[in-house]
Design a protein around this ligand. Structure first.
Ligand code: S3P
Ligand code: PEP
Length: 451
């Protein structure tokens, strides 16, 4: 973030009348694959010791940007028919570090995973590689990756901005070793360097120095994914991660559905005092969205997990709660808190100011625009109960703002979400799946293949 605390300009695009629920919803929903897992496995497939297959991966703007980045770096990515509900499988052939790329360009869009995960991968290629993205992407924090690459001996030209756009000159190998960064503005800086670390000649000893790193669950996901592919990672000392040099094993695996994106659907149970079921909820997972099981109980719902299906039933009213470190779940939580009957305090999310938009400012502006009572604190939000009314909910090119508006619109008649299409960042099917919850006899298609 470049010090600004304002939200990025809300474009005056199309307005989507959010479906209002006149009765409790009773629905079963499956959502597309996890953005965080898809984009980690794409990067690792590009670094692997042979071709890999991602089954039922995400197909969205963020995954398409990652696929585009890998192709720009010389990896092969091919779509092949699979049994996923939401699109084909992906076959990936790895990059060839020695093959000169000449000049290559990577479009990061607004994807944190692309702008942070791809530069260390690019450093392992041979060529002059330029990175840029959407206008607001230029405001997202990038300094620790740029400084980190320089610390690893890579020549980076950022015109002194410590932000997008920038370019790097890659020579086909990275020495690695000990590197200290300040990852207090995003966990993605740590994940990015760990993902590539095993392919550095001496591996990587990454150290964080500074205020606490946010979204630690996402780093734990990175470590577990790496270990699953045979990479040795020592994370036994807080703020230190040691990745041994070695191969990344090629793989063939199925990507879990996105439990963070399941959140707005589960929230619909609370907003309408109904029931929403998500089949194929993993029994064990590294996704932060598994926390819905406890968060939604704190907000007054009952949650059951039986036979692989998570069932959430809304209580008589939504309870306000004090919740810390909700990370990317926070906009969904905030939407529920705006509908709650008592005060909520969300803390430990100051870094949301550097997300797709300044989410703290955006949530306060949009909840209050509908008559609510939300206030920004140094590291989060206070949301007090106050009746909401009809109006426009702006999304600021932020998928999670758009889905927050949809949740509020279930309980408040006459909410229009500006630019619902921005949900294509991680879930292009959102409007269709949302409307599907209202269909009589709502049913969910069966997947044909083995789970
Ligand atoms: O590594 C990842 O896949 C992510 C890490 C988190 O980033 P921050 O640490 O910047 O919150 C999260 O919010 C983002 O949606 C995805
Ligand atoms: C913060 C998010 O995305 P990104 O991966 O672009 O950082 C998010 O999806 O909530």
């Amino acid at each position: 973030m470049t010090g600004s605390t304002t939200t990025n300009a809300a474009p005056h695009g199309t307005y989507w009348p959010a479906p209002f629920a006149t009765a409790p919803l009773d629905a079963t929903v499956r959502v597309p694959a996890s953005k965080s897992l898809t984009n980690r496995y794409l990067v690792l497939a590009a670094l692997a010791d042979g071709p890999s297959r991602l089954r039922s991966p995400l197909h969205s703007r963020d995954s398409a940007l990652m696929v585009g980045a890998l192709r720009a770096l010389g990896a092969g990515v091919e779509e092949v028919e699979g049994d996923g509900l939401f699109g084909p499988d992906l076959l990936v052939t790895p990059i060839q570090p020695d093959r000169p790329l000449g000049a290559a360009a990577v479009d990061c869009g607004l994807a944190g995973t692309v702008m942070r995960f791809v530069p260390p991968l690019a450093a392992l290629c041979s060529g002059h590689i330029t990175f840029d993205g959407d206008p607001h992407a230029r405001n997202r924090p990038m300094g620790p990756i740029i400084a980190g690459l320089r610390g690893l001996g890579i020549d980076v030209d950022d015109d002194g901005r410590s932000a997008l756009p920038f370019s790097l000159a890659a020579g086909g190998s990275v020495e690695g070793g000990h590197l200290v960064i300040d990852a207090s503005s995003s966990s993605q800086f740590v994940s990015a360097l760990l993902l590539a670390g095993a392919r550095f000649r001496r591996g990587l000893h990454l150290e964080h120095s500074g205020p606490p790193v946010p979204s630690l669950d996402h780093i734990a996901m990175t470590v577990q994914v790496l270990r699953g592919l045979g990479v040795d990672v020592d994370d036994s000392t807080p703020d230190h991660w040691i990745v041994s040099p070695g191969p990344v094993r090629a793989f063939d695996l199925r990507i879990e559905q996105d439990l963070s994106n399941a959140g707005p659907f589960l929230a619909a149970a609370l907003a309408t005092r109904g029931t929403v079921r998500i089949p194929d909820w993993p029994a064990e997972t590294t996704q932060v969205g598994d926390q819905w099981r406890s968060i939604l109980v704190r907000l007054g719902a009952s949650v059951e997990y039986d036979g692989g299906t998570l069932t959430v039933t809304g209580g008589a009213r939504i309870l306000g709660a004090d919740l810390a470190d909700t990370s990317e779940l926070a906009p969904t939580v905030a939407a529920l808190c705006a509908l709650a009957g008592s005060e909520s305090r969300l803390s430990g999310i100051a870094h949301l100011r550097g997300h797709e938009t300044d989410r703290l400012a955006a949530l306060v502006t949009e909840i209050n625009r509908l008559g609510g009572d939300a206030e920004e604190t140094a590291d989060g939000l206070i949301i007090r109960p106050r009746p909401l009314h009809a109006g426009v909910f702006h999304s600021y090119a932020d998928h999670r703002m758009a889905t927050a508006g949809a949740i509020i619109g279930l309980a408040v008649e006459g909410v229009q979400v500006e630019d619902i299409g921005t949900t294509s960042k991680t879930m292009p099917e959102f409007p269709e799946l949302w409307r599907g919850m209202f269909e009589a006899g709502n049913s969910v298609p069966e997947r044909t293949g083995a789970h």
